[in-house]
Design a protein around this ligand. Structure first.
Ligand SMILES: Nc1ncnc2c1ncn2[C@@H]1O[C@H](COP(=O)(O)OP(=O)(O)OP(=O)(O)O)[C@@H](O)[C@H]1O
Length: 243
């Protein structure tokens, strides 16, 4: 098991946004975190990456909780936020060097991987550029390059399909496939349900801070009494309208 979230109650103030959610991401699985605006996807992610403290419940990555060992817990996660977060005063090269230090990576192996990824995402001649020189999509690609050199156990990818061009989306999906084969787990939040349906192994449907349904598409169809050919979008809309 890569990620195990158990009875997580959490949020920002004393009123919980998440009302006791449980789900898992296994090795080699891509799990889609699906929900309407305000359903609690970002709040869930903020708890997993340790920005928010659970009110109650447990989050473990490969059996380790943030309280057990914060450094080990954080090294197991690579997070790609929806809005890229880069250091304005650091070049692309320095972002990669910082990632190598933060994750304690072998320098030569990490740079080999980074150079391959820089080529894939057409950034190899922009290594000395600062974030201010990059477009939003290019900044997102910098975050992808940094995340995918870490050998993380768990990738958390927040809405990857809106800022990237189709070529980059395809490259990212290929990277995800490679990491799945390596045994990593991936939790991906998205509103692009057709792509999620095509690529995710399982889904967690969040609604108003609760897990309304989870499992494979077949399992969702069964649990929501949907037709045998119902799409993820059909199932989700039906569930959201029923409340
Ligand atoms: N910083 C914050 N402080 C207080 N409440 C917040 C904060 N961020 C989000 N919330 C509240 O938490 C709830 C869940 O929001 P969250 O951002 O997790 O939703 P989401 O599923 O990620 O939505 P979206 O698809 O719009 O990104 C909402 O009711 C929102 O108002």
């Amino acid at each position: 098991m890569v990620l195990k979230v158990t009875d997580l109650v959490g949020g920002y103030s004393t009123i919980p946004v998440l009302k006791g959610i449980s789900f898992e991401v296994k090795k080699g699985e891509l799990v889609g975190l699906i929900g309407l605006n305000g359903a609690g996807k970002s709040t869930t992610i903020n708890h997993i990456i340790g920005i928010l403290q659970p009110f109650s419940g447990m989050i473990r990555i490969e059996g380790v909780s943030l309280d057990d060992d914060p450094q080990r817990y954080k090294e197991k996660i690579a997070y790609i936020p929806e809005t890229p977060i880069l250091y304005e005063e650091l070049t692309l090269k320095e972002h990669i060097e910082m990632t190598i230090m933060a994750y304690n990576l072998d320098k030569d192996a990490a740079w080999k991987k980074a150079n391959d990824l820089l080529k894939v995402f057409r950034l190899e001649n922009k290594i000395d550029w600062f974030p201010a020189d990059f477009s939003k999509g290019m900044k997102q690609k910098v975050m992808i390059v940094c995340a995918f050199i870490t050998n993380a156990s768990l990738y958390i990818i927040d809405e990857p399909f809106l800022g990237l061009d189709p070529l980059a989306i395809n490259d990212l999906l290929n990277l995800i496939e490679t990491e799945k084969k390596r045994g990593a787990g991936i939790l991906m939040s998205t509103h692009v349900l057709a792509t999620a349906q095509e690529y995710c192994d399982k889904f967690v449907l969040l609604h108003e801070g609760q897990v309304k349904a989870q499992g494979t598409l077949e399992q969702l169809r069964a649990s929501e009494n949907s037709q045998v050919n119902a799409s993820l979008s059909d199932i989700y809309l039906k569930m959201a309208k029923e409340g």
